[in-house]
Design a protein. Structure first.
Length: 296
């Protein structure tokens, strides 16, 4: 199936009151986990890779490889799929991503000064829209979970009035917002401020995006969807589930061939065990967001 415009996918989600998951992959096994589960659940889905946790120098050369991998899987899909390069670190990486086949891109400017962020995202929107590529941007900055708690020293909520200006000045197609959501948090749910989301939604016409989906409270999802959120980004919990699957399989893998254990795609493959564990987490989130059965 050809790639589906993320802009159109989000519009459909808003019209039909559900959320779409962007389930971040990092290799072929994790991408298979996302795509296979979406197809089993008849759910539209956003495939892709993220730049936040990657070495920037590697990403400069690796974007083309990631685009080739993602495009290969995306075009095999039987459900609507968009392919996102998420949280790239430089404009040049995003441009390389567009050339590599990503039909949705995001440059992480959350820590940038206002003028630089507006100027660069507007430039990106011109480049991307000429290729029918959807642009996601972010305003506000999420705190990060650490081993000792939550580091909110540089975090701030999205200002509703500035969000309205930002969308108008840049031409971004959707906007990731900070409403109490937290990156990398697994210990508990994030302290979401639903009233702040309502204020942003009242000012911003484009679909809204939630990053830090791992810790987003399940009971806050219906309210978020009703107030403009069309996309949820999830990463940390997927890697945790994958790693736990590998660790559990490793305990019973003694005396097996290393060739069967690594990269064989056979039942004994440790990465297959990780993939299966990740699939169940993706499945639960697809159902939670209400996108199961919405592929048509």
């Amino acid at each position: 199936m050809p790639l589906t415009s993320l802009r159109e996918m989000m519009q459909h989600a808003q019209q039909n009151q559900y959320g779409i998951g962007y389930f971040e992959a990092w290799d072929t096994y994790s991408m298979e986990a996302v795509l296979e589960t979406a197809q089993e659940e008849a759910s539209p889905v956003i495939l892709g890779f993220g730049g936040m946790m990657l070495d920037s120098a590697w990403l400069d050369g690796g974007v083309s490889l990631l685009g080739a991998i993602g495009s290969h899987y995306a075009h095999q899909s039987t459900v609507p799929v968009s392919l996102l390069l998420n949280e790239a670190q430089t404009l040049s990486q995003v441009v390389l991503g567009i050339e590599a086949g990503f039909n949705a891109v995001m440059l992480d400017t959350s820590a940038w000064e206002w003028e630089a962020a507006v100027r660069t995202v507007a430039e990106l929107a011109q480049i991307a829209h000429a290729r029918d590529v959807t642009v996601e941007a972010e305003l506000g900055r999420l705190p990060d979970a650490t081993a000792t708690g939550i580091d909110d020293s540089t975090a701030h909520l999205t200002d509703p009035d500035l969000a309205e200006q930002f969308v108008a000045l840049t031409g971004t197609d959707c906007l990731a917002v900070s409403i109490g959501n937290v990156h990398l948090l697994t210990a508990h749910y994030a302290p979401i401020d639903p009233l702040h989301l309502e204020k942003i939604h009242a000012k911003v016409s484009v679909p809204l995006v939630i990053h830090g989906g791992t810790s987003f409270p399940p009971d806050a999802i219906p309210h978020a969807v009703a107030h403009g959120v069309a996309k949820f980004n999830v990463g940390t919990t997927l890697k945790k589930a994958y790693l736990e699957g590998v660790q559990n399989a490793l305990e019973s893998s003694k005396n097996l061939s290393v060739h069967d254990l690594l990269g064989s795609h056979k039942p004994a493959d440790l990465c297959e065990a990780g993939k299966q564990a990740m699939k169940e987490r993706v499945r639960s989130l697809i159902r939670l967001y209400g996108s199961a059965g919405k592929a048509s």
